[in-house]
Each structure stands twice: as structure tokens, then as C-alpha cells.
Design a protein around this ligand. Sequence first.
Ligand SMILES: *Cc1c(COP(=O)(O)O)cnc(C)c1O
Length: 305
Amino acid sequence: MHFSFSDWLPEAPLQRLHLDWLTTAGIEVAILRLDQIDPLISGNKWFKLIEHLNIAAQSGAKGIISLGGAHSNHLHALAAAGQRFGFCTVGLLRGHPQETPTVRDLQAFGMQLHWLGYGGYRARHAADFWVPWKARYPDLQPVPEGGGGLPGARGCMQLKAQVCKQLSALGWSDYDGWWLACGTGTTLAGLVLAEAGEHQVYGALAVPDDHGVRQQVEVILEEAGFTEPAYELLDASRGGFAKVDPSLLEFITQTEQACAIPLEPLYTGKALLVLRQQVEAGTFKKGARLIFVHTGGLQGRRGFQ
Ligand SMILES: *Cc1c(COP(=O)(O)O)cnc(C)c1O
């Protein structure tokens, strides 16, 4: 890999979000559109990949091997980046071979796929999991699920600068906090590091509490030598990851009609719905200004329609 991945720094637009429940409560929200950075390489997954790709390039790797499910936004961004920038990609998939819009894209982008079954995928955290894959693909750099860990978080730190650069165009001099969906908590950890206590970061958990998001965030912050816990996690999972119910879908439809911003039900829809609940419960003072991160994921939504 010879490309310097900091040469391509896509900028996410920051836009005012107008919704009646925000207006009623006197809360202002600006939405950072990570879904709009690129037609193919979308969402927070690109920012999570940058440092992993730089590490791979520095170590002389020829490409990346990583893992995910049959709708994975992470594998999708990785495969698209591999095709665009000319490095090899191998994807280890959860479950048994199936055709989804995502899987078809991965193949079209030239990613080599291996299906691990469910048991095989569950073993991904075992100490010896990577041994056979490193033997089979010695030139490829392994990247953890979702592009996680401290390198993943470091890549997300630049989101703060992207927001600060665009504040004055909205007529804002400052903001009070961030609001975003969390899966592994890596993106949130990046924002907590970038803020260094300056602004609060609220994470809406798309996975149930027993997934250990708080522990994963703590591990990243500790590794970075940061101890001040300037963040808060709220449950947004609605009974489980990828569990979708009619009132969630209705909220997404209403929101899309009201503001013309596309959402998906696993992360961004759930995160915005919990924000509404908190706004209506009076969690924020009138006049509060929040940055809602649109983390992307719209390609994965094709599998649910
Ligand atoms: C992966 C993903 C997330 C979760 O990001 P983490 O860094 O794992 O917390 C949130 N939203 C979307 C759309 C995603 O694809």
C-alpha cells in the first residue's frame, strides 16, 4: 500500500436540523452528514479506517483483512476503499453464504470473502483466531471488527475540527455537546479524546447493555492516557441490536418527510428517537445546541426493505 490516506480527507457537511419537537423545546441541533462524504465510502467507517490504513501502509502490508456481517457498513467502506485506492481486501463474514445487496457490492469491489459460520465468527475474540488467517494472508494487515480500537478512535478525532470550521456558517459560536449512535463506542471514544473535556458526548447505544460498550470505550481512553470520563451512554437498542418495531419505523418515516434526511433503523433512527425522548423529558436547557452525528449506514438499509 503506497497511498497516504491522509491525502483524501473528505469533509462532512454540517446542517441545521429543523424538527417540530426541537422547536417546541427550544433546542437547536446541527447534523454532521457523514453519510454524504462519498457515494461509496460512507459514514463513520471511513474515519475509523484511516489510521488502520496508515498503519498498514507503514508496515508494508499489501492490503487489509477484516470481519463483519452480511450487511456490514464497515466491510462495505473497506472494500470500496480497496477498489478506489488499489489495495487488496479480504472479508471474513458472519454466518453462511447468502446474497445481500451488501455482499453483492463486496464481490463487485473485488473483496475476497470467506464465510465463517456463526460459531466460527463467535471465536473472533479468541487469542489464536488470527493465526491461520495470518498464515494464509501474510501480506495483509488484520483490522478488528468495525475498524475499532485506538487507531479507529484516532481517525474520528478530526470530526471535531470539521464541526468547528462550519459553526460560524450556522451562526453558532459554540455548542453544548455531541449526540451519536454507538455500536462498539469507537467513534464516541474518538470524540471524547478530541474534546478532552471541553464538551459533553452523549452515546445512544444501538446494542444492549451486556455488549460491554462502556468497557471498550474505557480501554481505548486508557490506552490513549485519558482518564476524564466526559461522556454519557443511554440505551437506544429497543430490545436488541437490529430489532426494529413499528413505532421506530413510523418515527423514521415522519422524520424523513419533515427534514428530507435519510435515516436507517439500526443506528441513526434509534439514536434520534432517544434524543427526542430526552428532549421531551427536559434533559436539555432551552437554547442548548447539539451536534447530531449522522453516522451513515444507508447502504445496509437496502437489506431491510
Ligand atoms: C458502525 C456504525 C455505528 C457505530 O459506530 P461505533 O464506532 O462502532 O460505535 C453507528 N452508526 C452507523 C450507521 C454505523 O454503521
